[in-house]
Design a protein around this ligand. Structure first.
Ligand SMILES: [Zn+2]
Length: 391
């Protein structure tokens, strides 16, 4: 007996539902949050007082606008800081220019020859204007960039001290990447775009490793990670498996406010995008900076200074990253590694949603097509039958 159109329709609907559920489940899986508190704190050495002091040191140079004396002095301070950790710790300068202004990115490589590279990045330039300041005549003044810039760098410099000390137990190469020229887009410096430093770095990335023997496993960006009332968002340009894992780690450490179970979602243009273009799994740890009702409403204002920096927030970010690195790369008999969602290859935020829409669209079109053919055939069959009857 041939199937009638209803049977086909039921098959088609069931297939669509199964397919849709499967993809929705994949998304849900990456966002699933496990609350299991981690008690073994012996491994965490992140010192938030050190990080706080590194923010102050950067602010003391003045505004770190690309090409200025303050920016140059701040860059030289990074070199001195790393030399103080160890004169043998490699720190590279990546020189580039934007509209004839000379800029510098800095790259610190711990265990430079290890085949597995993990990149931790932040920008160190501060914005040349404070266009969101509530006081209109302050909007042409430079932004101090205590949170928007200095906080991410401070967290990374403190982490580089720890990872360098532990380097022999770490089965990875940690790259600490400090970007210049991230924050001058949209009219801060005339003719500049956002993220100039990271775009330029990616053009020359092959100068810093051997793609034949090494691979970059992930890139994590820290942006505005040291402000008061820290609350990270679900950044949609990020790889959901990687960002979801960072949320899970943060929550396992008890940081339930900083890594909320229902985070605000938004896609942000930031220094992780050029690395995403290279198909590296990326995650941006960033806050809601655009809404006036944000828990930290000082973005691109003259109030982005040390007053609204929180040592606790620095600690939350630092320890979450520390645990992430140990989970994947620490060789120690007492430490229980956790492979999390490694290798984070499955889903990239926007791509996954687009992909689901394409699949649903495709299935619908094919389904409608098949249904039409069946109905047409049935009608033809019926007509022939009627003709035969008439005869
Ligand atoms: Zn900014």
């Amino acid at each position: 007996m041939p199937y009638d159109k209803h049977t086909y329709l039921i098959w088609f609907l069931s297939f669509s539902i199964i397919l849709t559920s499967f993809f929705l489940l994949q998304i849900g899986k990456s966002q699933a949050i496990n609350i299991s508190f981690f008690n073994n704190n012996n491994y965490f050495q992140f010192n938030s007082t050190n990080a706080y002091n590194i923010i102050e040191s950067q602010l003391n140079f003045g505004f770190r606008i690309p090409g200025t004396e303050s920016s140059k002095n701040c860059g030289d301070y990074f070199i001195e800081h790393m030399n103080a950790i160890s004169p043998t710790l490699p720190i590279f300068q990546h020189n580039f220019s934007v509209n004839t202004i000379n800029c510098r990115n800095f790259l610190i490589t711990i265990n430079p020859n290890n085949p597995r590279i993990i990149i931790l990045g932040a920008h160190y330039d501060s914005r040349a204007i404070s266009e969101k300041d509530p006081t209109v005549n302050k909007r042409n003044e430079p932004c101090p960039g205590a949170n928007d810039g200095a906080s991410g760098v401070a967290t990374l410099l403190e982490l580089s001290r720890i990872f360098y000390e532990k380097r022999e137990s770490l089965n990875c190469s940690v790259w600490i990447l400090l970007f210049d020229a991230e924050d001058q887009g949209n009219g801060a410096l005339s003719g500049w775009d956002w993220c100039e430093g990271s775009k330029k770095f990616v053009e020359n990335i092959n100068n810093y490793y051997n793609p034949e023997t090494q691979s970059i496993e992930a890139m994590i960006l820290l942006d505005m990670v040291g402000g008061t009332n820290l609350e990270f968002i679900n950044e949609l340009n990020s790889n959901m498996l990687l960002l979801g894992e960072l949320f899970e780690i943060g929550r396992s450490l008890g940081y339930l406010d900083a890594f909320p179970s229902n985070p605000v979602s938004s896609a942000i243009t930031d220094d992780h995008l050029p690395f995403k273009e290279l198909e590296i799994p990326v995650a941006d740890l960033i806050i809601n900076f655009w809404s006036p009702s944000s828990p930290w409403p000082y973005h691109h204002t003259t109030s982005d200074n040390i007053t609204y920096i929180s040592q606790e927030s620095l600690e939350i970010t630092g320890k979450t990253i520390e645990k992430f690195i140990y989970n994947h790369y620490l060789n120690s008999p007492e430490y229980e590694n956790d492979s999390g969602n490694y290798p984070w290859k499955d889903i990239n935020g926007n791509l996954s949603l687009d992909f689901i829409y394409y699949i649903i669209f495709f299935v619908l079109i094919v389904g409608i097509g098949i249904s039409l053919i069946i109905i047409k055939k049935k009608n033809k069959f019926q007509k022939t039958k009627n003709k035969i009857k008439l005869k």
